[in-house]
Structures are given as structure tokens and as C-alpha cells.
Design a binder for this molecule. Structure first.
Ligand code: ATP
Ligand code: MG
Ligand code: MN
Length: 578
């Protein structure tokens, strides 16, 4: 299916001279500019409003600046893509003949919304409407499907200003779904078994919230299975049930899903008050699973309960923060020590649960890619004033191609900043202080090099890099788009965002980039692989050989993989978690 472009064998004469020809030229990563994609909507099972919405969305993308050019098609035969809410093959056949259906990508309306967000056709595999036609849907997808080769020039997920050229990921990695290590497999953002992964993830989350970390990890591993096609009864028996890491418990859940399309425990978990409250509490920055359980045991259930408990004034919002920056308390009633970021004259308060609660709406609003890139620009231009000539990489979910992130992660280095010179610490503090004085950064918690916050309940691994975990808000008018929107009279309030700044000395830059790109299970297995298979220790702060502590200094990101004896995996294929 690599690089396969959809052909429309039955192009009608009315297509005339504008008959679509996809450009395969390498100087454009999408090859879609000015190419119209014909969309046929199966109206069955959609109500009037939904149909109108879909038509409106398609029509609003008939022209414009976006790379997504859509056109309504009056018949399935002349369409490139078919949108339907029908999931039963038999029912679809009433509207689309079988031989036509086999030649098209048949997707749910969600595909359209995703494509609009992406501003180009989304990969179809994760949106296949008919299970039995999944492979045909992937094969005829107008976008390169999720298993396809990344472009040799610009990365599909790279934004205009951060165009990065990645080496292609080998077929070996793409076919390596049997490997027990997530860092040796390819995990696209959306996989052919996405709905199953989401269902299993709920079970993993509930175990994580209950503090059953071993069981949680078993589900996390199951979620990360990267079987290349839809899991069915047959291939399950043949392949999946023999995968390392898929135990009997998880196996029975997968079998249940194959049979019923759902997992009963997932449904009951999602409905249970306990799961709902614990996961709600856990969305508040600073409330981990054990604190969430404690609060639940005290009888708390809702956000309102949390606000009363933490003494957050009713209806307080981000603009009234001063009122709530007083002392905060742990769930056990003990005062939380204020470990603030202090440098020079500024004493910047760390984010407390109370503040996180007041900022909850802002902090829980997903951050679109464009905003992350804008924050990156602002931070780097401020940093330039503090220390000219820094390099940086936006890491975390953004780097893996996520359309929306929960926070922003940036790894920063400077060629003169070597470990132990103290200058990194100085640079980090100066930047944070500068932003604080400008009022854009309101909270910062420093994790200084050598300072390990070892919390046995945390599953994450803490490296020894200089970090500032902050809350940041873009200045009111930093872009053209902002002024455009004010001209249109729709000035939007800037939201507070979680911003993690990681400062690495140049010798640790590439391990930091790999270590902070994620996803969580990819990182966990990278450390496991290094230890078990290579006798090495990997973390974001460096790569050492265990027996003699020899330090390896990678020259680039690929080098990190090479030193570890791993095949290269493109960042967009490191999405081992959902
Ligand atoms: P999102 O931010 O959208 O939830 P994400 O993958 O960026 O997704 P983060 O929690 O921001 O999630 O973490 C980014 C990556 O950085 C993680 O995958 C993890 O590997 C790494 N990471 C996070 N916290 C730490 C830490 N304290 N020490 C070392 N590495 C960390
Ligand atoms: Mg992140
Ligand atoms: Mn982060």
C-alpha cells in the first residue's frame, strides 16, 4: 500500500480537463494542493442536522487556503471517499454496490472533522466505517495510509517553520509487531485497531487509578500491540494470542471485543461513579492516583466538592489568581511546602493543587499545534535575549504528530553550556524570571540537576536534567492571526498552558530529545531494552554502559538508536500509548 494513490477508474466525462492527477513530486509533502477530493455522503442513519453539518463542512472546504479541497459527489461511483454512519456491510450495500465499495475509502463522519483539523486528508484506517472493508479503506485512502513511508523531504507533521527531515523508518520496524519492546516497533497515531485500543486503555487507566500498577502495565502493553490489520477471530488465534505480554486476562477481553465490538468491563467502568470521580480528580494537575483515591474516600465526587475542599472561592477563574495563591494543603491536611523557583529577586510560586483547580478549565483545554508553535517562537525569542544562540526541539506529543496536546514540552541546549558549569541553571532561571516579570509565566517549579524527586508512586522516570515545569500564557497579541481575529471582533482570551522546559547540556541534548519525545511506554521500553539487551543505561540525561560507566555521546537523534543497537523509529511512529 505504500505510496499508493487512489485511482478513480470511473471518472465521469464531466470531470473533463480537471481530472485529478496527484502530484508525487517531492517538493510538496502533501501533493494535494489544488487537488479536489470528491466526497459522497450516505445519508442513511444520519439525521437531518448531521447531514446538513457534513454538507456545510464539505462545501466550506471547496476553495480557500487550506490544502484540503473537497467537493460533493452525487454518486458513490464518482467519489474518492464515502462518508457514512452505517457500520453493517449488508446495510451499506443498499446504498453502495459491493464492487464500488471495494474500490473506495469508506469512513465515518469523524474522518471529515479530523481532516479539517489537519487541513489535509486524514489517514483513513482509524476511521473505517465497515470493519470488513478496513483494508480496502486503507488501500484507497487519499492520504498516505498510516503504515506508509514518511516523505523524504518534509515530514507530514512538520509545520512550515519547523520542517524536519527524518530518515524513513525501515520495513523491518514496521513489520516488527511481534517484538516485545515497544521501542522496536512502529506505532502510528491511529492504528487499525484504534477502537479496541481505546477500550483496553480504559481498563488500564482504571487499574492505574486504583494503584494496581502491574495490572495497569499489562493493559498498557496490550494497548501498544501494533497488529497491522484489524484483529479478527482468525488472526487472533494465530498471532495475537501468542504475542509476548498478552496474558490470559487481556486475551479474554480482546476476544470479547472481537465478538461484541465492546468490552463489558469497559462499559461498566466508564459508568461507575468511582472511575468517573477518580479520573476527574486525576485531570487536576498535582492530583495523582493516590491523592484521588484519598479524596474519594473522604466522600468527594465532583469538581464542586474539590473546590470546597481546597477552599477555592466559587467561580474563581484565571484572572483572580491573586486571591488563591496563599498556602495550600495536601489531602491529609498538611501544608504543602512552597518549593518555588527563586533566582535573583523574583520568587515565583510553584503551581499548587488549589491554583491548578482554579485554572482547571484552561489547563484541560487541549492545545492545538499552531498554538504550541507560537509558544515555541515566543519562548525562543525571549531566550535569545537571555542567551543568544540556543537550539531547541519541541518534544512530547507534538513531535509524535498529535493534533492536540495537554501540555508543551521543549528541550533546550546551548553549545557553551556544559554539565556542572552552573551556567545552564543560570540560563534556566534567567529565562523563567524574565517571563515571570513580564507576567506571561505565572508559576514555575524547578527540578534542578542532581535533584531527584523520587516518588515511589510515580511510574515516570526522573532524569537529572534541569527542568522548569511552568504555567505560561501567550502575550495578548503576538501574532497576525490574533490581530485578524480582533479585527473580526472576536478577540479570544489566551489560555494558561502547562509548559515544561528542559535544559540539557549539549552532550545530553539528543538523549533528552529522545527521552522527552515519548510516548510513555516507548520510553519505558527504551530503558528496558538498554538494560536487558545491551547492558546499558538510558535516560534523558545520558547513555552509559553499565559495567564500566562509559558514557556515550550521540551526535544526533539517529545516533541514540544506533548506540542502542535499535533500528530508527520516526517520532510519529512512537505513539505506543493512546
Ligand atoms: P501530552 O502532553 O499531550 O499529554 P505527552 O506525550 O507530551 O502528551 P508528557 O506528559 O508531556 O506527555 O510527557 C512527554 C514525554 O516526556 C513523556 O512521554 C515522557 O517520556 C517524558 N517525561 C515526562 N515527564 C518526565 C519526567 N519527569 N522525567 C523524564 N521524562 C519525562
Ligand atoms: Mg506533552
Ligand atoms: Mn510534559
Amino acid at each position: 500500500m505504500l505510496g499508493k494513490r487512489p485511482r478513480t477508474p470511473s471518472s465521469s466525462p464531466s470531470d473533463g480537463p480537471s481530472k485529478r492527477q496527484r502530484s508525487d513530486s517531492l517538493d510538496s509533502w502533501d501533493g494535494f494542493s489544488n487537488q479536489r477530493l470528491r466526497v459522497y455522503v450516505v445519508q442513511a442513519k444520519l439525521d437531518e442536522k448531521e447531514i446538513a453539518d457534513i454538507y456545510r463542512l464539505v462545501e466550506s472546504h471547496a476553495t480557500g487556503n487550506s490544502d484540503l479541497h473537497l467537493q460533493l459527489s452525487s454518486s458513490p461511483e464518482t467519489a474518492d471517499i464515502i462518508i457514512t454512519a452505517v457500520h453493517m456491510l449488508k446495510r451499506l450495500e443498499r446504498h453502495v454496490p459491493w464492487d464500488v465499495a471495494k474500490q473506495k475509502s469508506i469512513v465515518t463522519p469523524e474522518w471529515l472533522r479530523q481532516s479539517i483539523k489537519l487541513k489535509r486528508p486524514a489517514p483513513c484506517g482509524g476511521f473505517a466505517a465497515i470493519r470488513q472493508l478496513h483494508n480496502d479503506t486503507v488501500e484507497h485512502c487519499p492520504e498516505q495510509d498510516e503504515s506508509s513511508e514518511p516523505s523524504q523531504t518534509a515530514h507530514p507533521m512538520a509545520s512550515a517553520e519547523s520542517v524536519v527531515v527524518f530518515k524513513p523508518t525501515s520495513e523491518k520496524v514496521k513489520n516488527n509487531w511481534r517484538s516485545r519492546y515497544a521501542c522496536a516497533r512502529a506505532h502510528p497515531l491511529i492504528c487499525p485497531n484504534q477502537a479496541l485500543a481505546i477500550a483496553l486503555n480504559v481498563l488500564g487507566r482504571s487499574r492505574e487509578l486504583e494503584g494496581l500498577s502491574v495490572n495497569a502495565l499489562a493493559y498498557e502493553r496490550a494497548v501498544a500491540v501494533t497488529y497491522p490489520s484489524v484483529i479478527t477471530r482468525d488472526n487472533f488465534r494465530q498471532d495475537i494470542s501468542k504475542l509476548p505480554g498478552v496474558g490470559s486476562k487481556v486475551r479474554s477481553k480482546i476476544e470479547e471485543f472481537i465478538k461484541n465490538g465492546t468490552i463489558e468491563e469497559t462499559e461498566t467502568t466508564l459508568e461507575s461513579e468511582r472511575y468517573r470521580s477518580l479520573s476527574l480528580f486525576n485531570t487536576v494537575y498535582g492530583i495523582g492516583p493516590s491523592a484521588a483515591r484519598h479524596l474519594y474516600e473522604l466522600g468527594l465526587r465532583s469538581v464542586g466538592d474539590l473546590e470546597r475542599y481546597y477552599d477555592v472561592p466559587q467561580g474563581v477563574n484565571a484572572s483572580q489568581l491573586d486571591e488563591i495563591e496563599s498556602q495550600t494543603f495536601t489531602p491529609n491536611g498538611r501544608p504543602v511546602p512552597l518549593k518555588s523557583f527563586t533566582e535573583g529577586n523574583a520568587k515565583i510560586p510553584p503551581i499548587s493543587v488549589k491554583v491548578a483547580l482554579a485554572l482547571r478549565e484552561d489547563l484541560n483545554t487541549p492545545i492545538p499545534r499552531a498554538e504550541l508553535e507560537e509558544i515555541h517562537r515566543v519562548i525562543m525569542s525571549e531566550l535569545e535575549q537571555v542567551q543568544a544562540g540556543c537550539s531547541s526541539t519541541v518534544v512530547g506529543g507534538h513531535r509524535r504528530g498529535k493534533l492536540e496536546s495537554n501540555d508543551m514540552d521543549i528541550v533546550i541546549t546551548h553549545s557553551d553550556m556544559h554539565q556542572g558549569t552552573g551556567s545552564i541553571k543560570g540560563m534556566a532561571a534567567k529565562l523563567v524570571e524574565r517571563l515571570y516579570k513580564r507576567g506571561e509565566l505565572i508559576h514555575a517549579k524547578a527540578y534542578l540537576s542532581g535533584f531527584h524527586s523520587h516518588n515511589p508512586l510515580r511510574t515516570e522516570h526522573w532524569d537529572s536534567l534541569e527542568k522548569a515545569l511552568t504555567v505560561f500564557r501567550l502575550p495578548a497579541s503576538s501574532t497576525a492571526s490574533q490581530s485578524q481575529s480582533s479585527e473580526a471582533g472576536s478577540q479570544t482570551r489566551r489560555l494558561y498552558r502547562r509548559l515544561d522546559l528542559i535544559f540539557a547540556p549539549p552532550e545530553a541534548y539528543w538523549t533528552a530529545v529522545v527521552g522527552w519525545s515519548g510516548s510513555r511506554l516507548f520510553e519505558r521500553d527504551l530503558r528496558l531494552w538498554a538494560k536487558v539487551e545491551k547492558g546499558m543505561k538510558f535516560d534523558s540525561s545520558g547513555l552509559t554502559r553499565r559495567h564500566d560507566s562509559k558514557l556515550f555521546v550521540p551526535e544526533n537523534e539517529e545516533d541514540v538508536f544506533k548506540i542502542l543497537g535499535l533500528e530508527w523509529v520516526d517520532p510519529t511512529l512512537r505513539n505506543a500509548n493512546v
